[in-house]
Write a protein that binds this ligand. Structure first.
Ligand code: HEC
Ligand code: HEC
Length: 343
C-alpha cells in the first residue's frame, strides 16, 4: 500500500488547482482518502490533544456540529457557525467570507488557529505527523525514496482528498431531477421544489442546474444578519482589517466577532461587501441546524421565514407565501440529504 499511496500523494499534490477533476466526479485514490480520514479524526494533532477536524465537523451531523458558534481548543467559543463541509470540494471559495480559494490551502488553516487545533506553526504539525509510525510509513512509502516524509503539501493533499470524497450527490432531489425517479420526491416536496425554483426565487442563489444541483451560486450576498451590532465600531474595524496581513486575517476573523461580521469585506476591502457571505450549499441542510454564518437562526422553519422576509425586502415587493407553501419549502429542503447522511 505504501508505494501506491506515495504515488497518489504526489499525483494529488501535483494536481492542485485542478478543480475539474473533482467536479467531474473522478473517484479520488482510495489510499489517499483513507490517509486523509485518519488525519481528519486524529486528536493528537492539536495543542491540547483533544481537538480534531472531526470534533467540529461531525459525520452524524452532516459534518457540521449543531452549535451556534464553533468551540475549539480550551472550549474557546469561536465567531462563526461550523458549516457542513460535504459540498466544500465543489466550492470555488472556502469559508463564509471566501478568504481561501483552494481546499489544499484551507485545510491547513485550522491547525495553527488558536481557536481551533492551536498548534504553534505548520512545522509542529509536520513533526507530530512524522512522529507517528503509521503516518511515517504512509508518507514515506515502501520504495522510491523520492520524498523525505510528511510535508505540508502532502498532508493538505490527503485532507483535501478526504473532504472531496464526502461530496456524494445521491439525495432524493438528485434522483428525482437527474436519475428519472419520479417517486423520489413526495407531493409536498414537489410543490416545494416548484416554489423554490419559481415564485420564491430561492434558486437564483441556491442554484439547480440542468445536470446537477450545487445549491449555491458561489456568490456573496447580504441577508443583513448580524450587521446591526457593528455600528459604532465600524470605522475602527475597517482600519484593523486593512492593516492585516493574509496570515493574520484567519486569526482576526475567528477571534473577533465584529471582524467576523464584516464578511466578504475582509477579503476585497470593498465597502459594498460589508456583511456579505457566501451562499451556503443547502445539501444536507435539514441536518445542520442552527443556521447562518453566526448560527443565529435556530431552526429550518425560521431560516426559511427569514429568507422569505428578506426576499420581499430586496425585490421591493411583498413575497406572499401561505403557511402551507412555507411548509412545502421546508419539506423540500428535507429532500437534500445524501444517503450517508440521513440520521
Ligand atoms: C473548532 C472547530 C473547527 C475545527 C477543529 C475545524 N473546523 Fe473546519 N470550520 C469551522 C468553522 C467555524 C468554519 C467556518 C469558518 C469561517 O467561515 O470563517 C470551518 C470551515 C471549514 C471548511 C470550509 C467549508 C466551506 O464550504 O467554506 C472546510 C473545508 C473545513 N472547515 C475543513 C476542516 C478541516 C480539514 C479541519 C481539520 C484540519 C477543520 N475544518 C477543523 C470549524 C472547525
Ligand atoms: C440573494 C441570494 C439568496 C437567495 C435568493 C436565497 N438565499 Fe438562502 N442564503 C443566502 C446566503 C448568502 C445565505 C447565508 C447568509 C448568512 O449566513 O449571513 C443563505 C442561507 C440560507 C439558509 C441557511 C443555510 C445554512 O447552512 O446556514 C437556508 C436554509 C436558506 N438560505 C434557504 C433559502 C430559501 C428557502 C430561499 C428562498 C425563499 C433562499 N434561501 C433564497 C443567499 C440566498
Amino acid at each position: 500500500m505504501g508505494a501506491s499511496l506515495l504515488a497518489a500523494t504526489f499525483a494529488a499534490a501535483n494536481a492542485f488547482g485542478d478543480v475539474s477533476a473533482s467536479r467531474s466526479g473522478a473517484s479520488p485514490d482510495g489510499a489517499l482518502v483513507a490517509l486523509g480520514r485518519s488525519l481528519f479524526f486524529d486528536t493528537r494533532l492539536s495543542r491540547t490533544g483533544k481537538i480534531s477536524c472531526g470534533s467540529c465537523h461531525l459525520p452524524d451531523r452532516a459534518f457540521a456540529d449543531g452549535l451556534p458558534l464553533a468551540a475549539g481548543a480550551d472550549d474557546k467559543v469561536g465567531t462563526r457557525n461550523t458549516p457542513s463541509i460535504v459540498a466544500a470540494g465543489a466550492s470555488q471559495f472556502l469559508f463564509w467570507d471566501g478568504r481561501r480559494e483552494r481546499l489544499e490551502q484551507q485545510v491547513l488553516d485550522p491547525f495553527t488557529n488558536p481557536n481551533e487545533h492551536g498548534l504553534k506553526n505548520i512545522e509542529e504539525l509536520v513533526r507530530l505527523v512524522d512522529g507517528r509510525d503509521e503516518y511515517r510509513l504512509a508518507f514515506r512509502g515502501a520504495g522510491g525514496g523520492s520524498t523525505t516524509g510528511p510535508s505540508p503539501d502532502g498532508i493538505a493533499a490527503a485532507l483535501a482528498a478526504y473532504v472531496r470524497s464526502l461530496d456524494v450527490r445521491d439525495a432524493a432531489l438528485d434522483q428525482y431531477l437527474y436519475a428519472g425517479r419520479n417517486d423520489a420526491l413526495n407531493a409536498a416536496q414537489k410543490r416545494g421544489l416548484e416554489l423554490f425554483r419559481g415564485r420564491a426565487q430561492c434558486a437564483t442563489c441556491h442554484t439547480i442546474g440542468a445536470n446537477e444541483a450545487p445549491l449555491s451560486d458561489d456568490g456573496f450576498h447580504s441577508l443583513a444578519i448580524g450587521l446591526d451590532k457593528l455600528g459604532p465600531r465600524l470605522a475602527n474595524l475597517v482600519r484593523v482589517v486593512t492593516k492585516a496581513t493574509k496570515e493574520s486575517l484567519d486569526r482576526l476573523v475567528l477571534g473577533d466577532p465584529d471582524v467576523a461580521a464584516l464578511g466578504r469585506f475582509v477579503v476585497t476591502l470593498d465597502p459594498r461587501d460589508i456583511g456579505k457571505f457566501k451562499t451556503p450549499s443547502l445539501r444536507n441542510v435539514a441536518l445542520t441546524a442552527p443556521y447562518m454564518h453566526d448560527g443565529s437562526i435556530p431552526t429550518l422553519e425560521a431560516a426559511v421565514e427569514h429568507e422569505i422576509y428578506y426576499r420581499s425586502q430586496s425585490m421591493g415587493r411583498l413575497l406572499i407565501l401561505t403557511p402551507d407553501e412555507r411548509a412545502d419549502i421546508v419539506e423540500f429542503l428535507g429532500a437534500l440529504s445524501g444517503s450517508g447522511m440521513r440520521r
